[in-house]
Write a protein that binds this ligand. Structure first.
Ligand SMILES: Cc1ncc(COP(=O)(O)O)c(C=O)c1O
Length: 651
């Protein structure tokens, strides 16, 4: 058995001893499957990643390799975004069950109402499923734009469904929201800026419809994490307390005080530390109680989103993690509300939350096939030089012969020195291309050997810590980071990534995952491992002729619509999978990914015209005698097939 890789974390510290024999339990621990998956994914004893749509509540488990096999038989190629509607259903249920349990436990007298913020994943299927599964719990929607409002008005199913309208609103938006009230939707406008006050008053008076209104307040407490600027004094959204009081006075003066019912705040998405949530809740309760004291007929407290996901599997307060569970979140929220409103002697409001990420993140998995591998230090034959070779090559090769634990840094410096000297001489015309290439081979060999020595150390010297990533393989995946995982590019978000098969085997290689865009930013090089962030991913050695697939998990929130067409790689196929009790599956819905013609149309080409231009070019070549009619036919067919085909590699 090969020696397990030594751990080197993003912070460069720590070495962990490896277990004696590799088991699937080691795989679970390595990729932290239990910690990030909330019970929806696990490793089977046979070493396959499995999905369990009812999480830990029993029910069937289905292996992802089996799904891939079934999709391939149906002619559906990778990359594919899998959606598991049962997970979505289960997550909505969990949120309601946990809040109901907390409300019962603390004897809170208000009820809980959830709303789904459409912005988190606007796809039609998601809205349809959220409103269907949510109907049992009267789960409403949150809209932040006219387009989202239009979708919400069409999809809400029950009378009195809650529709929270955040975001900046023009007169049209307000008009539509007021009409929604007339058809029985409980639409609430959340005032985001003082400018909206007049607009709401004017439009409501013009249409003769009483609005229901809330205020978004800027709290002084703010969370930590990527989205911390969504809250706090300098947040671009919401009213400070002076603007809040002024707005109350304007509603009162206009005879609309009775319409003011809701207080809203949103700390930001992905709040990793539960203490920040408690602190801001306390402040919001104080503001709510203050409004009641002012005679405002308040009845709803909307605590926004922020319920985090443990992408890193670290169970910590780091930005890609969280130091609490959904249960703890619900209990803490209700406990604070109960305590604060009891103390203030205020009638407890209906509690609304706008959890988006926690509702949909688990629901989607991106499956990526590895197309190729680029190896650096161990990918080539050991370098050899003879006595006639240039002295720089001979000296460079001698570097690793002298290597020992005490001179790692010196050898590292020498390896770079000789590489650079060889490059300079090549540039000056004093070394041949073949000599330069031998020099490069020796360089990689030296670094590989230095790194092997580093792995024996308890603490890797700081200047050598980057070696692991420098030497890592590049695994080329058939996907576009910009299309499918935009947050990994834009805000360095870590997503759980793991092979979906061979998980009973120890992954002995370290790699970064590159996509197929021609962009050096198109790569994943931050991964959660053993609860920390590491620059490379543990992967298996590829076997010739055997497909190797990686799953990127928890991609249901924010990724789909934020993705773009970099290099004109389009939407992937989307397949909705229902897992049967017999352990088999059914494809419930299939949305074909973009074709080349589709993406060209988005950037203003007319595929018919494009094709006509090409036909004209090949016809000219026939006329000039450069190709014959048969070749023309083959070329036109290849062109047209590609135009109709998938934008990703087709194997
Ligand atoms: C006003 C509002 N509500 C809810 C959400 C959803 O937050 P999350 O996905 O963290 O639940 C957001 C997103 O940032 C938001 O801006």
């Amino acid at each position: 058995m090969t020696r397990p890789p030594t751990e080197l974390w993003e912070d460069g510290t720590g070495v962990e001893s490896a277990p004696a024999g590799w088991t699937v339990e080691d795989t679970r621990e390595l990729y932290r499957v239990r910690e990030w998956s909330a019970g929806y994914f696990d490793v089977s004893p046979e070493g396959a990643m499995v999905v369990r749509p009812r999480a830990d509540h029993g029910g069937p488990a289905l292996s992802l390799p089996r799904i891939v096999e079934g999709l391939r038989k149906r002619g559906i190629s990778m990359p594919v975004l899998l959606r598991f509607p049962e997970i979505l259903n289960h997550q909505i249920g969990s949120l309601h069950r946990e809040f109901a349990a907390a409300i019962a436990e603390y004897g809170y007298r208000g009820e809980y109402r959830g709303v789904y913020p459409i912005k988190v994943n606007q796809q039609e299927q998601v809205l349809e499923e959220v409103t269907s599964y949510g109907a049992e719990f009267r789960h409403g929607l949150e809209a932040g734009s006219k387009a989202e409002l239009i979708a919400a008005m069409a999809y809400l199913k029950n009378p009195d469904d809650l529709l929270i309208c955040n975001g900046y609103k023009d007169e049209r938006f307000i008009e539509l929201g007021l009409y929604a009230r007339r058809i029985g939707i409980d639409c609430v406008f959340v005032v985001e800026t003082p400018l909206e006050v007049d607009l709401i008053l004017r439009t409501s008076t013009r249409l003769g419809i009483r609005p229901r209104v809330g205020f978004r307040v800027r709290l002084s407490s703010c969370g930590s994490g990527h989205w911390q600027d969504s809250g706090g004094d300098r947040s671009v959204f919401g009213l400070n307390t002076a603007q809040l009081m002024d707005s109350v006075d304007r509603f009162r003066a206009a005879g609309y005080l009775d319409c003011l019912n809701l207080l809203h705040f949103h700390l930001g998405s992905q709040i990793p530390n539960i203490r920040d949530i408690r602190t801001s809740l306390t402040e919001a309760c104080r503001v709510y109680a203050g409004l009641v004291e002012e005679g405002v007929p308040m009845s709803l407290l909307d605590i926004g989103g922020g319920l985090a996901i443990d992408y890193e599997g670290a169970q910590s307060a780091s930005s890609g993690s969280r130091n609490y569970s959904i249960r703890e979140y619900c209990r803490d929220v209700v406990e604070v509300l109960k305590g604060e409103f009891d103390r203030a002697g205020v009638e407890p409001p209906v509690l609304i939350s706008e959890s988006g990420r926690a509702t949909v993140a688990y629901y989607s998995v991106l499956l990526v096939e590895v197309l190729d591998v680029n190896r650096f230090h161990s990918g080539c034959q050991p370098a050899e030089v003879g006595p006639e070779s240039h002295y720089l090559l001979r000296h460079s090769l001698a570097v690793s012969a002298e290597l020992g634990p005490d001179n790692l840094q010196e050898c590292y410096n020498d390896a770079f020195y000789y590489r650079d000297e060889i490059r300079s001489l090549f540039q000056a015309g004093a070394l041949s291309l073949r000599e330069r290439s031998l020099g490069e081979r020796i360089f990689w060999q030296n670094l590989g050997r230095i790194w092997e020595h580093c792995r024996e150390l308890d603490e890797v010297p700081e200047s050598l810590r980057g070696l692991e990533s420098f030497l890592a393989d590049i695994y080329y995946g058939n996907f576009s980071l910009f299309q499918s995982l935009p947050d990994a590019w834009a805000i360095d978000q870590v997503f759980p990534v793991a092979p979906i098969d061979r998980l009973q085997e120890e992954p002995t290689r370290r790699a970064v995952l590159s996509d197929i865009t021609c962009d050096c930013d198109g790569r994943l090089d931050r991964f959660g491992e053993r609860g920390r962030v590491r620059r490379t991913l543990a992967v298996h050695e590829m076997r010739p002729g055997e497909p190797y697939l990686l799953g990127v998990f928890l991609v249901g929130a924010y990724q789909e619509t934020l993705g773009d067409l970099h290099n004109l790689l389009g939407d992937t196929h989307v397949v909705s999978i229902r897992v049967g009790d017999d352990g088999d599956f059914a494809v419930e819905r299939e949305i074909e990914g973009d074709s080349v013609a589709d993406v060209l149309s988005v950037v203003e080409y007319d595929p018919k015209q494009v094709s006509a231009r090409f036909r004209a070019s090949v016809e000219r070549a026939v006329r000039k005698g450069e190709i014959d009619a048969q070749e023309r036919r083959a070329m036109v067919r290849a062109y047209e097939d590609t135009l109709r085909g998938y934008t990703y590699f087709e194997t």
